[in-house]
Design a protein around this ligand. Structure first.
Ligand code: LLP
Length: 459
């Protein structure tokens, strides 16, 4: 470890502390034993019962977060808003039921996600479907199921969807995905609203207006509004302000050309969460107030009635609720060229259960959770078990110097895009998701087995 690298990453005041804005709300370290539990479930027992690696999801917090986003927008807009959970962050039947129980809607982007929602009994009219290349079969499944809104993304799709809806004698409500030319301040590959990308119709080139014109003429499609998604892991509403300004200008154009004021304005998702100490997300109430004020001011300025606001948080609901539990397998210190050294802590998972560090250079926070320690801090890199140098779990972390094989480590804030982007790389089975509440610790996604993997191998 070079001195500048270690200098830039400050030693925490207390290695045993769990910063509440990063860790699941139900996670706590016992002052008596030093062991971390989630909603009262000791991590050693969770590891014994469900094995490692495992995603441990705080069900109480998941439900609370759904409720917070719902009530924040209901209050800010006087009930003139709908929250759609972005299922791509993490979806399974239990999550669908929680959405239903807490009363929010669902955004899906493939037939696979749609199938999960329908099998769990979610009302189709509360589902919105995205995708820049939905297949004819996916569009047909959506129309036949009675999905409430389809977000159209290309001219081909407008024609396909109109045909499918017409054949089925359905009038399908749609939103037009608009690229507003705002680049969110985040990783290049997850910033989705600058012009040079695959999603939506660009405003500046006149494509969006042409899309609206075409839909307006098609009796099988009902144009309900506009959709824009400006990126991911966003902390400030500045980008939304620019987007809302351009969307309002476009709504005026649509009114002038088609003679209709569109009732729905979907601002997408992308709201950030805390992965490390330096991340400072705003409370849902504040975001809801700010976004509502922005849309309201833009509409007032353009002489438009206030549309119903739709938002699609995924990460901000699922992300903070979950930590991944790993067991330490090996600890190795390697000498570096400059006389310094680096300690590698290998755990029993890695890039197959969390691809985000390798893919986006994402930072995470980890802690020794099966005990506390008073040993000195040591700066380590936590890595996985995959045959690849880039298989990093936490690029740099301070862990106690007495860390040993068999200790349990947890990585915080892995609830969004962890299990949902997991793979079988190196034929490693994907971990289970264990939902914990005060009453129970239960599987909501079971662990994959080698048999599952072999079952796909046609011999
Ligand atoms: N709505 C639309 C149209 C989206 O494309 C997305 C995310 C969301 C909502 C939800 O965004 P969220 O609130 O979760 O940020 N795999 C990347 C993130 C890709 C997000 C793609 N779209 C990651 O792990 O950071």
């Amino acid at each position: 470890m070079s001195s500048s690298e270690s200098g830039a990453f400050a030693v925490p005041a207390d290695l045993n502390a769990l910063a509440p804005h990063i860790w699941p709300a139900g996670a706590a370290r016992s002052t008596a034993t030093g062991v971390v539990s989630v909603r009262g479930h000791d991590v050693r027992e969770l590891a014994r019962d469900f094995h490692t690696p495992a995603y441990v999801l705080d069900e109480v917090e998941f439900r609370d977060r759904i409720g917070q986003w719902k009530s924040a927008f209901a209050q800010a807009t006087d009930g003139n808003a709908d929250v759609y959970y972005a299922g791509k962050a993490f979806l399974c039947s239990a999550v669908v039921r929680w959405l239903d129980d807490e009363g929010i809607n669902l955004d899906v982007c493939t037939a696979g996600e749609l199938a999960v929602a329908l099998r769990a009994g979610f009302e189709p009219h509360r589902i919105l479907m995205h995708g820049n290349n939905k297949s004819t079969s996916e569009l047909r499944q959506a129309v036949m199921a009675g999905v409430g809104l389809v977000v159209v993304d290309s001219f081909e799709e407008i024609a396909r969807l109109a045909h499918i809806a017409g054949e089925s004698d359905v009038v399908q409500s749609v939103l037009v995905r608009v690229t507003v030319g705002v680049e969110a301040h985040t990783h290049e590959f997850i910033a989705t609203a600058h012009e040079d990308q695959k999603f939506g119709f660009s405003l500046s080139g006149g494509q969006a207006l042409e899309a609206v014109r075409r839909i307006h003429k098609l009796p099988a499609l009902e144009l309900a509004g506009l959709h824009s998604h400006i990126g991911s892991q966003i902390f400030s509403t500045d980008g939304f302000e620019v987007a809302a300004h351009r969307l309002a200008e476009f709504l005026v154009q649509v009114r002038d050309v088609c003679g209709v004021e569109l009732p729905l304005l979907d601002l997408g998702g992308g709201l950030g969460i805390a992965y490390t100490e330096t991340d400072e997300p705003q409370a849902p109430q504040l975001i809801a107030q700010q976004l509502t004020a922005i849309v309201s001011a833009e509409c007032a300025r353009s002489g438009l009635a206030m549309p119903r606001i739709l938002v699609e948080p995924g990460r901000a609901i699922a992300g903070p609720t979950t930590m991944t539990l790993y067991e330490v397998g090996t600890i190795k210190t390697v000498e570096l060229d400059d006389g310094l050294s680096r300690t590698y802590v290998s755990v029993d998972g890695g890039m197959s259960d969390n691809i985000r560090p390798s893919l986006y250079d994402a930072d995470y926070t980890c802690s020794l959770v099966s005990r506390s320690s008073t040993a000195d801090p040591m700066l380590v890199r936590v890595v996985g078990k995959h045959c690849e140098t880039g298989d990093v779990v936490v690029k740099q972390a301070w862990l106690p110097a007495d860390l040993a094989p068999g200790d349990l480590l947890a990585v915080a804030a892995t609830g969004a895009y962890g299990r949902s982007m997991a793979s079988n790389y190196n034929h490693v089975p994907r971990p289970p998701v264990v939902a914990v509440s005060e009453d129970s610790a239960r599987l909501i996604v079971r662990r994959e087995t080698v048999e599952d993997i072999l079952a796909l191998d046609v011999d």
